[in-house]
Design a protein around this ligand. Structure first.
Ligand SMILES: NC(=O)c1ccc[n+]([C@@H]2O[C@H](COP(=O)([O-])OP(=O)(O)OC[C@H]3O[C@@H](n4cnc5c(N)ncnc54)[C@H](O)[C@@H]3O)[C@@H](O)[C@H]2O)c1
Length: 250
């Protein structure tokens, strides 16, 4: 098993990419903590993991709250004795809006969850990973952290920030045997894209705007996350791995 004897936290583990990653991590031997705002979805992920013979617990958290993030790390270590992997994945999108019409409150909310949430995960988990003798962070950026898209200023900026935050932490903690990588998913079939699906004009374009001509599944992203979390990626740090069906080829 590729994550035998490892302990992992997955933020945003109540659905979509986070749930898939949690299930595959558990299948590969990791004990997992599912951290999310969504209590019902989080508990459902735990149930699915237990049904497949794995070990998991749910922890309710808003990732943009420093105290809650710190408590999540402590609770995981209290429960499992150590921490090896943090998948900083929780995130939100926002409806299309021109920058001049984007409310400052909405800007702050997106940056707080998508970017500050990742920073807080790194800030509070590094001391614990050092105690474990090293470990791995995987941070969820986006295709839209690598290329611009009209009317998504806050999302673009938050996800681009994750790319450089990842490089920064890789530099700061590499000598502590801590690897820090990001993934940049393209259009993936989760609830975050439900709004786009209802747009009869845009969806046929968005859903095929990559080399493979289709959207991806959460499992396809989770497989990349598993690789980056595992020892198979032992010489990879500071990287952002595109999992986008070739979305950046456009
Ligand atoms: N689906 C895509 O097309 C796509 C593409 C690129 C990047 N992403 C990114 O992937 C990540 C996962 O999204 P997904 O597609 O699985 O969507 P999703 O909506 O299914 O999952 C996001 C999860 O994050 C949780 N969450 C939101 N805000 C939170 C907060 N403040 N604290 C704790 N949990 C919170 C939600 O409850 C949800 O369970 C996000 O960071 C998203 O931006 C998704």
């Amino acid at each position: 098993m590729r994550l035998a004897n490892k302990t992992a936290i997955i933020t945003g583990g109540a659905s979509g990419i986070g749930r898939s990653a949690a299930m595959i991590f558990a299948k590969e031997g990791a004990k997992v903590a599912i951290a999310d705002l969504n209590i019902e979805g989080g508990r459902e992920t735990v149930k699915l993991i237990e049904e497949q013979g794995g070990t998991a617990f749910f922890y309710e958290i808003n990732v943009s709250d420093s105290r809650q993030m710190k408590n999540l790390i402590s609770a995981t270590v209290d429960c499992y004795g150590q921490l090896d992997i943090l998948f900083n994945n929780a995130g939100i999108g926002h409806p299309d809006v021109k920058s001049v019409d984007l409310d400052e409150e909405e800007w702050d909310r997106i940056i707080d969850i998508n970017l500050k949430g990742v920073f807080l995960g790194i800030k509070h988990a590094v001391p614990q990973l050092k105690k474990s003798g090293g470990g791995a962070f995987i941070n969820t950026s986006s295709l839209l952290g690598l290329k611009g898209q009209k009317y998504l200023a806050a999302y673009n900026a938050s996800k681009a920030g994750v790319v450089l935050l990842t490089k920064n932490a890789a530099l700061e903690y590499g000598r502590d045997n801590i690897r820090v990588n990001a993934i940049a998913p393209g259009v993936i079939d989760t609830q975050i894209i439900e709004g786009w699906k209802n747009d009869e004009k845009k969806w046929p374009i968005i859903s095929r705007a990559n080399a493979l001509g289709r959207i991806g599944t959460p499992e396809e992203v989770a497989n990349a996350v598993l690789f980056l979390a595992s020892d198979e990626a032992s010489f990879i740090t500071g990287a952002t791995l595109s999992v986008d069906g070739g979305g950046l080829t456009f």
